[in-house]
Design a protein. Structure first.
Length: 114
């Protein structure tokens, strides 16, 4: 019986429950922090709307805002902002533009000054 409880308990913890965030929740959980894949890229959303990004040694400055409960960020060489729904489970973040598009996953961490 103990073995079954351990197995089922582990299985429940392994399944993450992502919740869709609205504007207030996005501000509270993401703004002022780093969104990163922990290996290749990091996006820092400064509270003043400035986006500081780096990827594989390249750095650039852009902009971000929250619009219609989506996080919108600038992307180099792309005009306008790219807007995504924000889903979170703990410090894990999942973003996607629309229901029919793929998601990209990362983590949200305390900002590390460069």
């Amino acid at each position: 019986m103990l073995l079954l409880t351990s197995v089922y308990g582990w299985k429940a913890q392994a399944q993450e429950t992502f919740q869709l965030l609205r504007e207030k929740e996005i501000r509270a959980r993401v703004v002022g922090k780093d969104i990163t894949d922990a290996a290749h890229w990091v996006n820092y959303l400064r509270p003043d709307g400035v986006l500081l990004s780096s990827e594989s040694g390249s750095k650039w400055t852009g902009a971000w805002k929250i619009q219609n409960n989506k996080l919108c960020m600038s992307i180099p060489n792309v005009e306008g902002l790219s807007c995504n729904q924000v889903w979170m489970s703990g410090t894990n973040i999942r973003m996607r533009a629309n229901k029919d598009q793929e998601t990209f996953d990362a983590t949200v961490e305390k900002h590390r000054a460069n």
